[in-house]
Design a protein around this ligand. Structure first.
Ligand code: IPE
Ligand code: IPE
Ligand code: MG
Length: 242
């Protein structure tokens, strides 16, 4: 197994969990079965991140665009999400994981919202790691929503245009209070962001792998982290400066 330096871990890892459908096709099973298999990878990656000491893990589970998939698939994904939240709550408590969510949470079904709110509430004091689920999430929607809320606060006299800085703007995003992702992983051989964390990934390191999400387990994550640790993050400076 690849070795990683525990003193140079990414603080925040974000993952675009892609390729469940192609995994299903290769294995001649339904797309829904592919998503079910993908939820096993979610468990494995959450556990691995917690074990090695990652502080924030953001998982892109459902995009705003994904609502346009066939209704049966959307329903199955929501069902899997609900099942995951119910079955993992105890494990999150035992391993000190705090659940958070970003996206248009109000747009989720009543059933999902209920279990999600409960899990967020019950784990709110946990300090070991934040598991942040991007649900009904869209990066552009997030920026538009932030702008609307800034205008609202401006109309209410709580903020003026001079107050607005990058930091204040960030506070109006869904990810308020969270550090930007250091490492963003996308599985399944696609090289795009698909509307994920547009603002937050300004200086994120990207890692792309052909592995399909249901096959992406702990040892593949370690490989991604090892790759990240071999990079030099310059943030616009010269190599000598950074
Ligand atoms: C990712 O797998 C899961 C979600 C987008 C919810 P896909 O369902 O996108 O899998 P592919 O891209 O069709 O293989
Ligand atoms: C991105 O995957 C969204 C999630 C993984 C939840 P998609 O499969 O929806 O992205 P595109 O359509 O290939 O860009
Ligand atoms: Mg896909």
């Amino acid at each position: 197994m690849e070795r990683i330096d525990k003193t140079k871990l990414p603080q925040h890892i974000a993952v675009i969990m892609d390729g469940n459908g192609r995994w299903a096709r290769i294995h001649s099973v339904s797309r829904i079965e592919g998503h079910r298999k993908g939820s096993e990878s979610v468990r494995d990656i959450v556990r691995t991140c917690r074990e090695i000491g990652i502080k924030y893990l953001t998982l892109y589970a459902f995009s705003v665009e994904n609502w346009l998939r066939p209704a049966t698939e959307v329903r199955a994904l929501m069902g899997l999400l609900e099942k995951f939240l119910r079955s993992e709550l105890q494990e999150m408590q035992d391993s000190d994981i705090r659940l958070m969510a970003i996206g248009d949470i109000e747009g989720l079904s009543r059933g999902v919202k209920k279990v999600l709110r409960e899990a967020i509430e019950k784990t709110s004091e946990n300090k070991g790691m934040v598991l942040n689920l991007a649900l009904s999430y869209g990066g552009r929607d997030e920026i538009v929503e932030a702008t609307k809320r800034i205008l609202k606060d401006s109309n209410a006299g709580k903020i003026t245009h001079e107050d607005i800085t990058k930091e204040i703007f960030s506070d109006y995003l869904y990810t308020s209070g969270m550090p930007d992702p250091d490492l963003l992983i996308r599985t399944s051989g696609e090289y795009r962001l698909s509307n994920f964390l547009l603002w937050q990934s300004a200086y994120t390191e990207f890692y792309f792998t052909d592995t399909l999400w249901p096959d992406f387990r702990g040892e593949k994550l370690i490989k991604a982290i090892a790759d990240y640790q071999n990079r030099e993050r310059r943030f616009g400076l010269t190599s000598d400066q950074s």
